[in-house]
Design a binder for this molecule. Sequence first.
Ligand SMILES: Nc1ncnc2c1ncn2[C@@H]1O[C@H](COP(=O)(O)OP(=O)(O)O)[C@@H](O)[C@H]1O
Ligand SMILES: [Mg+2]
Length: 338
Amino acid sequence: MIELHGLTKRYGEKTAVDDLTFRVRPGVVTGFLGPNGAGKSTTMRMMLGLDNPTGGDVRIDGKRYDQLHEPLNYIGALLEAKAVHGGRTAYNHLLCMAQSNGIPRRRIDEVLDLVGLTGVAKKRPKGFSLGMGQRLGIAAALLGDPKILMFDEPVNGLDPEGIHWIRNLMKQLADEGRTVFVSSHLMSEMALTADHLVVIGQGKLMADTSMADFIAENSRTYVRIRTPQPEALRDALGGEGLTPTPVADGSLEVEGADAARIGELAARRQVVLHELSPQRASLEEAFMRLTAESVEYHAHTTSGTSGAADASGAAPPDGGEAAGSEAGAWGSGWKKGD
Ligand SMILES: Nc1ncnc2c1ncn2[C@@H]1O[C@H](COP(=O)(O)OP(=O)(O)O)[C@@H](O)[C@H]1O
Ligand SMILES: [Mg+2]
């Protein structure tokens, strides 16, 4: 269990982490979600005692990080930046860490095997691909067989096979009863990985909820309609208290009735429909709406909630799991504004 209480970090005028209070529990994967610059890495560094809080504190099983004896046996972490000594072999990199934490040598072979790097154990990480570097970082995190694991944006830059592997590993670690805390700026990634969700925006806590509740609360359903007779449709639906709302792509959106009911009401007035399709707003959209006010780096073509509307247009109706929507809404759309 990790407990944050009023955790705050200021860099000069800038408040990077703003009074965060939440718990990360064992046995589940807790996703730590926020747009770029939200304060995720800073929070994680403070959890690991690598950065001093301006206020508040972090407890790991009731203790501060610096009170942990041989900390790798309590908590293992993969941080965002690759902190591997390029000139040392993968094996020796792990050996150094093991020796300073009282970890037996055989554990090195175990973790290398676990992450699939046995074949390159005697190679130097400077020649490793990004995916292999991530695997080595994960091997290091697992070295002390810790009860608590923390991963900062572990899937960044990985190929689909690597992403799939990391997701399964995190679930497996949680199933073993460990505390697993993983950050991402991608809602679609969290939706596939996390059981619990902590969302931050500009250093502040925006949500602390189960993934299932987040999905239930934020999956807005509506029906998309295209018609050459929008006025006639408005009349047909108006009698039932339904209001079609025009959106930018020329379609209309209706909430409050299913597609079958809307189709019947239109047929009754002989309104021609070119499209009648049930939709569910993507979780990406819900996340963007939640953090829109607090986003530091705005999209350069749109801003605030209109950006969210664009993302929902690009996302599939099943909750935005397509890689395309990630690349569109997040990869290129979010630009550093300073
Ligand atoms: N060492 C630092 N000095 C000054 N500002 C920093 C430092 N580290 C992070 N920040 C700022 O704190 C904010 C949060 O950064 P970070 O924790 O890296 O966010 P995230 O990991 O969510 O993308 C950003 O505005 C970033 O520029
Ligand atoms: Mg970060």
